[in-house]
Design a binder for this molecule. Structure first.
Ligand SMILES: [Zn+2]
Length: 365
């Protein structure tokens, strides 16, 4: 039984479709391109259902051309092993410092009894050591995927500065006692302003999709970062400006909001660029019912976004969004769909982008 309705938008030679899946814990993005190629960014599960795998099946995707694993937090890699085993992606972009991170996460996972995370990451490691696919470590500006003249996916984060920062702390911590790892997570030494438990975010990959003149940013869990101008979103922006590539963050059709819409990931300077001449569409997969975007972030998003699509509705979200000035928008289609899902339809011919959501998602204008 597919958790997706028959009326879910599908790609066509004229249209690409972006789907953001987020059952409340975890998130995953499927990009269906006009020429039949598929990109998957991160993996999530809902109960026993591997949501991106189910969606790829539903769309009849016989292939997975590019898999991006932004960072090794459980809410982004749950079900990763199954995707790699069943789909053998043609190309895999992963977060940098994989070996150090793997050791760290393995040690932490063991101390916390999170065996599944360790097992999922081990499958990725095994895959990396086979000749099946093409595996690269993604960071600012180092990877570009352009299998067709009509679209490009470019890696935007993390920056070298954040990689170095993470590297130093990781190595120091890897030599400490395993039981101290949890305390390290809580002390937020790597991630600066982020909430506890988000330490790997400092290494999170972000990518931008360009289809003709339309751009969509997939922010991963990239944060504002450390106070240095070289860290986090301001670091990415600084490098883009230096390399005259600032347009990659400008006038975006849509943004997969970084880090589930957390306060620590919101950067007003970067958002002002996203919506330089027209407001963008913000897509959010909240971390969980208890970790919704807060009222201040919802108000900030209202300044820059013309529509807010949230992949899972919560009664409290309606209240928070209302207080921030958002009005509920009707869910337009997909009455049969069950999985919480929001998305964008992008015309390959330059027609305005359209949004959609399932009845189990929340939409605001
Ligand atoms: Zn996350």
């Amino acid at each position: 039984v597919t958790p997706f309705g028959r009326d879910l938008p599908r790609p066509s030679p004229d249209e690409a479709v972006v789907y953001l899946l987020g059952p409340g814990v975890g998130e995953s993005v499927v990009i269906a391109l006009p020429d039949g190629r598929f990109v998957l960014i991160d993996v999530c599960r809902s109960g026993h259902t591997n949501l991106p795998l189910a969606l790829l099946d539903h769309l009849g995707a016989g292939r997975l051309d590019l898999l991006v694993v932004t960072h090794p937090d459980l809410d982004h890699v749950r079900g990763l092993a199954e995707v790699i085993t069943k789909r053998r992606p043609h190309e895999l972009w992963r977060y940098p410092l994989e070996a150090s991170i793997r050791d760290f996460v393995a040690a932490w996972g063991k101390s916390q009894g999170r065996g599944q995370l360790v097992a999922d990451l081990r499958v990725m490691t095994d895959y990396m050591h086979t000749a099946d696919g093409d595996v690269s470590s993604a960071a600012y500006g180092n990877l570009e995927w352009r299998p067709s003249a009509s679209y490009t996916v470019t890696a935007l984060a993390p920056t070298e500065y954040d990689k170095d920062r993470a590297m130093r702390v990781l190595h120091r911590r890897l030599t400490s006692a395993p039981r101290e790892l949890g305390a390290w997570m809580k002390r937020m030494e790597v991630c600066g302003a982020a909430a506890a438990g988000d330490a790997p975010n400092v290494l999170s990959v972000a990518v931008v999709l360009e289809l003709g003149s339309q751009r969509v940013l997939f922010g991963g869990d990239v944060l504002r970062g450390a106070p240095s101008p070289k860290s986090g979103w301001k670091g990415v922006l600084r490098l883009l400006a230096k390399h005259h590539r600032q347009h990659l963050l400008e006038d975006l059709v849509g943004v997969k909001v970084a880090h589930h819409g957390s306060r620590g990931a919101f950067d007003a300077t970067v958002w002002a660029l996203h919506s330089k001449t027209t407001k963008t569409v913000a897509l959010v997969a909240p971390f969980s019912a208890s970790r919704l975007p807060d009222a201040v972030t919802l108000r900030d998003l209202k300044r820059f976004a013309r529509r807010l699509l949230v992949s899972a509705p919560h009664p409290q979200l309606l209240e928070l969004a209302d207080a921030a000035g958002w009005s509920p928008a009707p869910v337009q289609v997909l009455s049969e769909s069950m999985a919480p899902l929001v998305g964008l339809r992008l015309s390959a011919r330059g027609a305005p982008a359209q949004w959609f959501a399932t009845t189990t998602a929340a939409t605001f204008s």
